[in-house]
Design a protein. Structure first.
Length: 330
């Protein structure tokens, strides 16, 4: 396994120095990447499954449910990442993100609209001063398989177009072959290219194979400068799951305890119902506590989740379930 933290194209940048500092804080002795990863403890897979099963049984009262559903809306990165995306679809999605239920101003806007880099400027113009962020995928999403200079150029272009947040994908082939230094250096370089934009690092957990790999990739991404770690692209099955999310949340907890740096979390892909989203919030609260119960630190990457949450909110308000046709698709 390669253990260098100076290899690659990022050079002696501010991002690289911050990454060195985080590695040092985690390890406590040396700044070697191998030492950092050597201190990543194995995951108790049975314990994770049992913990999730226990938390899924929690029930919440009506007032708490309404609060949770409102929070879920505010945490959503409303997403369209299809080959058939158009400017019109992106503008419609922005309108929905700003006003999820037209005629009901009590429903808050979503956290962000997530699009391909070519639609960033369109989304930025449509959202105006609404407070909804523009998130752009980048680095050869979803595969991550292209040249580093191409990835960095894409990040620069997205930020120049107005992206507030960059959702990058790691090179899973490099990670699974043991080239941890290569993955680390690439994240550092992307963080530098992203400039003021927040960086979410997608692990694509469905391809990592084991909980131990998920924890190792989480620590690697956080040490390299991720502002958020994210489960999935939504293009691979399985995508987000509660057990994988718990593993990542526990890595965030341990990373903050060691380094003092708070990191955000974004499960993405496959979360379709309000019931599921509340289960994620329960796991979040029980693992990381109230400081993370905010769109600043937790997001849902989703396209269809919003409508189900709106249906549940209207049911709680009126006592009657609305038809799916009563809500716009995008």
């Amino acid at each position: 396994m390669s253990t260098s933290v100076t290899r690659g194209t990022a050079g002696d940048t501010a991002s690289r120095q911050r990454a060195r500092d985080l590695v040092q804080a985690w390890d406590g002795r040396a700044s070697g990447l191998g030492s950092l990863l050597g201190r990543v403890t194995p995951v108790d897979a049975v314990g994770v499954q049992e913990r999730v099963a226990s938390l899924q049984k929690r029930s919440i009262k009506k007032a708490s449910k309404l609060w949770a559903l409102d929070l879920v809306v505010r945490m959503i990165d409303l997403t369209t990442l299809e080959g058939k995306d158009t400017s019109g679809k992106v503008r419609a999605l922005c309108a929905k993100g700003m006003h999820p239920l037209p005629g009901n101003p009590a429903i808050p806007h979503v956290a962000a609209i997530c699009v391909y880099p070519t639609f960033v400027a369109e989304a930025k113009a449509a959202l105006g001063s609404s407070g909804v962020k523009v998130a752009s995928v980048a680095t050869a999403f979803p595969s991550g398989q292209t040249f580093l200079d191409v990835k960095l150029a894409e990040v620069h272009a997205a930020v120049d177009a107005g992206a507030d947040e960059i959702d990058m994908v790691i090179d899973r082939g490099a990670f699974l072959s043991g080239d941890y230094a290569g993955v680390f250096d690439e994240i550092v370089a992307v963080k530098e290219a992203a400039g003021p934009a927040h960086l979410k690092v997608i692990l694509e957990t469905g391809e990592l194979g084991t909980f131990d790999n998920v924890r190792r990739a989480s620590v690697l991404a956080m040490a390299a400068g991720a502002d958020f770690i994210k489960t999935s692209t939504g293009k691979v099955t399985p995508a987000a799951t509660l057990p994988v999310t718990l593993v990542m949340l526990e890595a965030i907890r341990d990373f903050e305890r060691t380094t003092g740096k708070q990191i955000g979390m974004k499960p993405a892909g496959g979360i379709k119902t309000a019931k599921e989203s509340i289960q994620y919030l329960v796991v979040l609260y029980e693992t990381l506590g109230p400081r993370w119960m905010s769109p600043d630190w937790f997001r849902f990457g989703a396209s269809s989740l919003l409508n189900d949450v709106l249906m549940q909110l209207e049911k709680e308000r009126t006592g009657v379930y609305q038809r799916p046709d009563d809500f716009t698709l995008d």
